[in-house]
Design a binder for this molecule. Structure first.
Ligand SMILES: Cc1ncc(COP(=O)(O)O)c(C=O)c1O
Length: 380
């Protein structure tokens, strides 16, 4: 049997990983500034994470949500402590799309309404409603098309207010990334997020903070949205939550009440996933990873801004994007194949940096010198 060919892939076979480094099957070392789509939060194969998963495997890996799973309660309590959202409640699932799907569904249950506001260049995942709220017609199958989603311009408070004025009493939710990831690292302004909060309060809609990529400390604070000084009603999470172990979830404001069977899952919140997610939170709590992300991120942005061949340096913490000109459009490939550095990209010609939150200053500085060399050696 062959694999269903849905990914353009690099011909590299990674067989080992530690911290911000990965190695291929020939022993060649790479610096990883991508973390496999922003997934690696505490560093590849962090020893505490490895040991906690191994210990859990020796006890029990899975049982369904028909029984009490104390690890879920421990996870909720540690997440409340580390994120500062102690009064929120946790629902666990397996991926970012599923987290957003549940968030949107819950908002609709809560309000009894159908309409959703999403934004241009948004990416929320590939399940039915999450993909319908994603601004990329190429990945929306006919069965997922719906008139219930309106795409408004990102960071445009006036058009948001105008839209609420015309159909505010039909709107169930506004879903927004704190920093658009797939869309090219676009930071939501404080005033924009404050306007979302104000409109949702005025019209009784639910503010959903998609924190799947920008959350879990990546921006230097736990939820990047909270930099605006207002709180969302639901935060969706995945990627960094398990440091590579598949787990997602939403945390829900106490104003939204649970009812039996409104949400559900077979695998979500299983013992092994909870152990992995607890290990991640314990490391974020006990090691200064968020301040490190802020400091190393500032350093990177400052150095990148001084390189004349690149422009539009933007982001927060260790979620950084910059534009390269059309003549430098192969820079990402050169960084990978000539300088052994994984980075991410977004269309057109944006390079995205999404390393582990434990990236050291030395590695950041090594990246800057390699980037300068790659630009010097660049042959269009
Ligand atoms: C902001 C955001 N939301 C949701 C998702 C979907 O997450 P998953 O691929 O885990 O379903 C992604 C994935 O890239 C994302 O960046």
């Amino acid at each position: 049997m062959k694999l269903f060919d849905v990914y353009p892939i690099n011909d590299i076979n990674i067989t080992r990983a530690l911290g911000s480094r990965v190695w291929d099957n020939h022993g060649k070392e790479y610096m990883d500034l991508y973390g496999g789509h922003a997934v690696i939060s505490i560093g590849h194969c962090h020893p505490h994470w490895v040991n906690r998963i191994k210990d859990q495997l020796d006890k029990i890996a899975f049982y369904s949500n028909s029984i009490k799973i104390p690890l879920q309660e421990e996870l909720a309590s540690t997440l409340g402590e580390v994120s500062g959202k102690k009064e929120f409640e946790l629902f666990l699932c397996n991926s970012g799309a599923e987290a957003n799907e549940n968030a949107l569904k819950l908002a609709s249950f809560h309000t009894g309404r159908k309409k959703i506001i999403a934004f241009k260049k948004a990416f929320h995942g590939r399940t039915s409603l999450a993909v319908a709220a994603t601004d990329n017609p190429a990945i929306i199958a006919p069965v997922n098309e719906t008139d219930n989603i309106s795409f408004l311009p990102f960071n445009d408070s006036d058009s948001l207010r105008a839209h609420f004025k015309s159909e505010g009493n039909q709107i169930a939710a506004v879903i927004v990334e704190g920093i658009q990831g797939v869309g090219g690292i676009n930071v939501a302004s404080d005033i924009f997020l404050q306007t979302i909060r104000a409109c949702c309060d005025e019209y009784g809609a639910v503010y959903i903070a998609d924190s799947v990529q920008c959350g879990y400390g990546r921006s230097g604070i736990f939820f990047s949205h909270d930099a605006a000084g207002v709180e969302a009603d639901i935060y969706s999470m995945a990627k960094g939550m398990g440091n590579g172990f598949p787990i997602g979830g939403i945390i829900i404001s106490p104003k939204i009440k649970a009812k039996h069977f409104m949400l559900g899952t077979t695998f979500g919140g299983n013992h092994l996933a909870c152990a992995a997610a607890l290990a991640v939170l314990e490391v974020i709590r006990d090691e200064p990873l968020m301040p490190n992300a802020a400091a190393v991120g500032n350093y990177l942005q400052q150095k990148l801004t001084s390189i004349p061949e690149i422009s539009g340096v933007r982001g927060r913490g260790l979620m950084i994007g910059f534009d390269v000109s059309e003549t430098h459009k192969n820079l990402k490939k050169d960084l990978l194949f000539k300088h052994s550095i994984f980075t991410g990209e977004a269309k057109p010609n944006v390079i995205r940096l999404l390393p582990s939150l434990a990236l050291s200053m030395e590695d950041a500085s090594l990246f800057i010198s390699s980037l300068k060399k790659a630009i010097e050696q660049y042959q269009p």
